[in-house]
Design a protein. Structure first.
Length: 339
């Protein structure tokens, strides 16, 4: 996106939310609107509809020009690719250009600009860019089209994840793990202390319990350790037995690292635990990169998008190993339905 191309509706503008309503400049505390410092923006999706660049004002079907000071800057690049800042003006402070109604009507007859949405028929103030599919869409229809594209991507991804989960569960030899860490209170100076204990819940590929261990992670003088926590050596013995010969499935990569690090620091390291092969990282809705962690796989399988931004929602955590197993089983069920 270059300065010379900033005419009409820009990519990302349909993600904007006009937090200022009518678009009146907001006066700073203790001052007035004319004294307000311009706001810096880094994406069109962050720019309120109350602001527009000079070329957008000029390209409107009823063109206007800036009538007040710069109210914001958008970081962009010029025609040489050099980073630049694009001035933004308050629409409410803009004024009509000198063109008469007759002149504008004549210019419209000569223009090739498309302002009518090819989907809903909206007559847009700004010229509409042609999409890859040849359509010219208004802001809302463009947003809906992108959401539909994302949903189609997720539908395809859901099938891929179903095959992965089905193969994972069918192969067996799994240790599906959920870790709940009991954190220690901060020091008076605000520093973090080592965790007090952790509950490690482990089930197999059928959802049957292998271990449910509350293990102490704090030193002997630490206060507040949950009642019933096993000493580190006993906890390690129980966990080693549960993990023996199995591959671990974790909600997130760091789920077990805190426990293994603390047990090692206490002189009772766990035996190395093999991890399952994860799906490849997926570049999905909104251009975000989603890893092969089970949490991200569940998000992709659910395919729930935020209504305001179209971004993929992160699912709520299952909370126990058997619930994590159930989530995997639900994902895997899609392979049987498609097969």
């Amino acid at each position: 996106m270059t300065v010379g191309e900033l005419t009409g509706i820009q990519p990302g503008q349909d993600e904007r939310e006009d937090v200022r309503g009518a678009g009146e400049p907001v006066a700073a505390a203790g001052g007035n609107a004319s004294e307000q410092e311009p706001t810096d923006y880094f994406r069109w999706s962050d720019v309120p509809f109350s602001l527009a660049c000079r070329s957008q004002l000029a390209k409107a079907d009823l063109p206007r020009e800036p009538g007040g000071p710069v109210r914001g800057y958008l970081k962009t690049s010029d025609w040489r690719g050099k980073k630049d800042w694009l001035p933004l003006f308050a629409v409410s402070e803009s004024v009509p250009t000198g063109a008469t109604g007759g002149q504008l009507a004549a210019a419209e007859r000569r223009s090739s600009a498309v302002r009518e949405c090819g989907e809903c028929g909206a007559r847009c103030q700004q010229p509409l860019h042609e999409r890859d599919d040849g359509r010219h869409l208004c802001l809302m229809c463009g947003k809906i089209a992108r959401v539909r594209e994302r949903q189609a991507q997720l539908r395809e991804r859901r099938g891929e994840l179903a095959v992965w989960a089905r193969q994972l569960l069918d192969a067996g030899g799994l240790a599906i793990v959920w870790v709940t860490v009991h954190e220690a209170p901060l020091t008076p100076g605000g520093r973090r202390r080592p965790p007090l204990a952790a509950r490690v819940h482990v089930v197999d590929e059928a959802g049957q319990r292998l271990a449910d261990v509350l293990v102490r992670l704090a030193g002997p003088r630490a206060a507040g350790v949950p009642e019933g926590a096993l000493p580190a050596d006993e906890g390690v013995a129980a966990l080693d037995a549960a993990f023996s010969g199995r591959r671990a499935v974790l909600w997130t990569d760091g789920g077990l690292e805190t426990v293994t690090a603390r047990l090692a620091a206490l002189g009772h390291p766990l035996e190395p635990v093999e991890r399952v092969r994860r799906p490849v990282t997926w570049n999905g809705p909104g251009g975000g990169s989603w890893s092969g962690q089970v949490r991200d796989c569940l998000a992709q399988w659910r395919g729930e998008l935020r209504p305001d931004t179209g971004e993929l929602l992160v699912p709520w955590p299952p909370g126990t190993a058997d619930r994590l197993w159930l989530a995997l089983a639900r994902i895997a069920a899609g392979a049987a339905e498609d097969g």
